[in-house]
Design a binder for this molecule. Structure first.
Ligand code: ATP
Ligand code: MG
Length: 568
C-alpha cells in the first residue's frame, strides 16, 4: 500500500496486478484485435457501497485506460431479493462516481439463452435432473476432506432428463422438488465442481421477466456465460470467487463459447465499517440508521449525502490499487483523500456551532459594515465575499475561557485576538446567568485593525471565526461520527452481535447554530469548509426556512490533541 501524500486529489496511477495483466494480454494480442471489454455485475439487492466503488473504479477505470468498454450488468438471477429501487439507485451511483457504461445489461436478458445451454448440456450427458431435497444434496456433498456421494438420480437417461427439465420449466412441479445439476465430479477436491445446481424451481415473480419463468438459473450457471455472451475479455471479481472459476470454465468449455477470463482481486475492507449488503440492509430494516443514504452508511448514497465527493473516492480507490490478498484499509485513509479534495475545492464560510454572544462596547449601536473575506485561501480564483460585521456577534463557546488553561491562546479576559478578516478585539468583562455560566462577553475592538491587521504591527496568537448576530441565519447541524466503536465491528464476544458495537454517539444534532448570511443560498449537496470547524454539506432535508448541514469530516483539531496529551 502506498503512502497517501499526493499533491492533489487527482487519481494517481499506482501499480496494480490487474493493470499489468491486461497490459500483457494487449501486448500478446490474447484477444486478437478485439478491444478490452469489462463489466460491473452488481446484484440488485441493495445499494452500492464503498467496496463496490473499488470494483467500479477497476472495471471502468482499467477498460478506459486501455481504450476498452464496460457494461453495467445486473446479476438478477434471484427474483426474491431484487427490486427496481436497487436497480435505479445503482445506476445513479455509478454515474455519480463518474462512469458511464457501454451497455446496460441484465442476466435476466439471457434466461432464454441459458435455458438453451442447459438443454445442450443435458443432451451432451453433462447435466441431470435430481429429485433429492436441498438437505439431501447437502448431505451427499461431502466435505473438504471427504468425497461426496453420487445422487441416485445421477444416471438418468438423456430423454428422461429432457422430459423432466421441460416439465420443470412448464410449471408442473412445486418449488424445491427438483433441480438441474451439472454432472461433473462428486469427488472433486473443489466442492464447487461436485455436481453444482444449475437450476431451481421457484414460482416467484421476477422484477423484469414477471411470471414468464418458474425455474431460475443459479448465479454460478449465469455469471460466466453472461460474461461470455457480452464477450467480456477481463472479468474482474473479488477473491471469494476464485474457487468458482474452474466451474465457470467448465461451463464455457463444455458449451464451446467465448472464453472470458476471470481475475480475482482483494475485497476492500475498511476499519470501523461493515461492507456486507445483508448487514447494511439489516441496519436499514431495524431502523438503526434512517435509510440506505443515512450519512453514516458506507453506501455511495450515504457518502454523497455526507458530503464525500466522487473525485476523492476515485483518488482513494486509485491509491489502494488491487492485490491478491485480502487486507484491511484504515478508514482514515479515505478521510485523508476527502479532506485533501475539500481543502482544495470547498468554499470557506463562517459558522458558529455553539454560539456565545460577544458585544463590542465601543462599536456604534445600530451600525454595520461589510468586511471582505477570501472564499478559499487554497484557490485565489475562488474570489472573495462580503460578510456583515456589527456590534453584536457570536463566537464559539469554546473560544472563550474565563480562566484560560496554559497555552490557551483564544479569547479570555484581557486577551486580544483577531476576528477573521475583521478586527482585533479584547475581552473586558462577562455576563453570567444564575447558574454562573458565561452568557455574554463584552469586548472592545481596535478600529485601526480593520481587515485583521494592526498598523503598529501588534501580533495576536489567535484568529477566530464569528458571525454578526443580527445578520446570522439559524441552522440545524448534524454532527456525524463513526457508526461503530471498534476497528473491526465484527469483533464481539460469543453470543453478541455486531450491532452491540454500534456507536451510540454517531449522530449529534445541534439546533441553534448561527451561520453567516451567504449560506442562506446554499443548495443540497453544496459543500463548505466551516472555518476552524470542519467540512459540511447541505442535507436534502433542508427547507427554505431551515438549512440543515451535515458534517462530512472534522478538521484535524490540534487543540484536542494537545488537551489529550496533557491528559486533560
Ligand atoms: P454482498 O456479499 O455484501 O452482497 P456482493 O459481493 O455479493 O456483496 P455484488 O452486488 O455481487 O455484491 O457485487 C458486485 C461486484 O462488486 C462484484 O464483482 C463484487 O466482487 C464487487 N464487490 C463487492 N463488495 C466488494 C468489496 N468490499 N470490495 C471490492 N469489490 C467488491
Ligand atoms: Mg455477489
Amino acid at each position: 500500500m502506498t503512502n497517501p501524500t499526493p499533491e492533489s486529489s487527482e487519481p494517481r496511477t499506482v501499480s496494480n496486478f490487474l493493470r499489468d495483466q491486461i497490459a500483457e494480454d494487449v501486448r500478446t494480442k490474447k484477444y486478437g484485435d478485439a478491444a478490452i471489454q469489462t463489466r460491473f455485475p452488481p446484484e440488485p439487492n441493495g445499494y452500492l457501497h464503498i467496496g463496490h466503488a473499488k470494483a467500479i473504479c477497476l472495471d471502468f477505470g482499467l477498460a478506459d485506460e486501455f481504450g476498452g468498454k464496460t457494461n453495467l450488468r445486473f446479476d438478477d438471477t434471484n427474483p426474491e431479493k431484487e427490486e427496481t429501487e436497487y436497480v435505479e439507485s445503482i445506476q445513479k451511483d455509478v454515474r455519480w462516481l463518474g462512469f458511464d457504461w457501454e451497455k446496460l445489461c441484465y442476466a435476466s436478458d439471457y434466461f432464454g439463452q441459458l435455458y438453451e445451454w442447459a438443454i445442450q448440456l443435458i443432451r451432451a450427458g453433462k447435466a441431470y435432473v435430481d429429485d433429492l431435497s436441498a438437505d439431501e444434496i447437502r448431505q451427499h456433498r461431502g466435505t473438504l476432506t471427504e468425497p461426496g456421494k453420487d445422487s441416485p438420480f445421477r444416471n438418468r437417461s438423456v430423454e428422461e432428463n429432457l422430459d423432466l427439465f421441460t416439465r420443470m420449466k412448464s410449471g408442473e412441479f412445486p418449488d424445491g422438488s427438483r433441480v438441474l445439476r451439472a454432472k461433473i465430479d462428486m469427488a472433486s477436491p473443489n466442492l464447487n465442481l461436485r455436481d453444482p445446481v444449475m437450476y431451481r424451481i421457484l414460482h416467484a415473480t421476477h422484477h423484469r421477466t414477471g411470471d414468464a419463468w418458474c425455474i431460475y438459473p443459479m448465479y454460478d450457471f449465469a455469471h460466466g456465460q453472461s460474461d461470455s455472451i457480452e464477450r467480456v475479455t477481463h472479468s474482474m471479481c473479488t477473491l471469494e470467487f476464485a474457487d468458482h472459476q474452474p466451474l465457470y470454465r467448465w461451463f464455457i468449455d463444455s458449451l464451446g463459447i467465448f472464453p472470458s477470463q476471470q481475475i480475482e482481486f482483494d475485497r476492500l475492507n475498511l476499519t470501523y465499517t461493515l461492507l456486507s449488503k445483508r448487514k447494511l440492509l439489516q441496519l436499514v430494516n431495524e431502523k438503526r440508521v434512517s435509510a440506505w443514504d443515512d450519512p453514516r452508511m458506507p453506501t455511495l448514497s450515504g457518502l454523497r449525502r455526507r458530503g464525500f465527493t466522487p473525485e476523492a473516492i476515485r483518488a482513494f480507490c486509485a491509491s489502494i490499487g488491487a492485490t491478491r490478498t485480502n487486507g484491511i484499509t484504515d478508514i482514515e485513509m479515505l478521510e485523508y483523500f476527502q479532506r485533501d479534495d475539500l481543502n482544495h475545492r470547498a468554499r470557506r464560510a463562517m459558522a458558529v456551532l455553539h454560539p456565545l454572544k460577544v458585544v463590542i462596547d465601543n462599536y456604534p449601536t445600530g451600525q454595520s459594515e461589510f468586511v471582505e473575506v477570501q472564499n478559499n485561501p487554497e484557490d485565489p480564483s475562488a474570489g472573495t465575499r462580503q460578510v456583515p460585521f456589527s456590534r453584536e456577534l457570536y463566537i464559539e463557546h469554546d473560544d472563550f475561557r474565563e480562566v484560560p488553561p496554559p497555552k490557551y491562546y483564544r479569547l479570555s479576559p484581557g486577551k486580544e485576538v483577531r476576528l477573521r478578516s475583521a478586527y482585533f478585539i479584547t475581552a473586558q468583562s462577562v455576563v453570567k446567568d444564575a447558574a454562573g455560566n458565561v452568557t455574554e462577553v463584552h469586548c472592545t475592538y481596535d478600529p485601526a485593525s480593520r481587515g485583521g491587521n494592526s498598523p503598529d504591527g501588534r501580533k495576536v496568537k489567535s484568529t477566530m471565526h464569528w458571525v454578526s448576530a443580527a445578520h446570522a441565519i439559524s441552522a440545524e447541524i448534524r454532527l456525524y461520527d463513526k457508526l461503530f466503536t471498534k476497528p473491526d465491528p465484527s469483533d464481539f464476544p460469543e453470543g453478541g452481535d455486531v450491532f452491540d458495537n454500534l456507536n451510540p454517539n454517531s449522530l449529534e444534532i445541534l439546533a441553534g447554530a448561527k451561520l453567516e448570511p451567504s449560506l442562506a443560498n446554499a443548495k443540497p449537496e453544496d459543500r463548505y469548509q466551516f472555518e476552524r470547524v470542519g467540512y459540511f454539506c447541505v442535507d436534502p432535508d433542508s427547507s427554505e426556512t431551515m438549512k440543515i448541514f451535515n458534517r462530512t469530516l472534522a478538521l484535524k483539531d490540534s487543540w484536542a490533541k494537545i488537551e489529550k496529551k496533557a491528559g486533560a
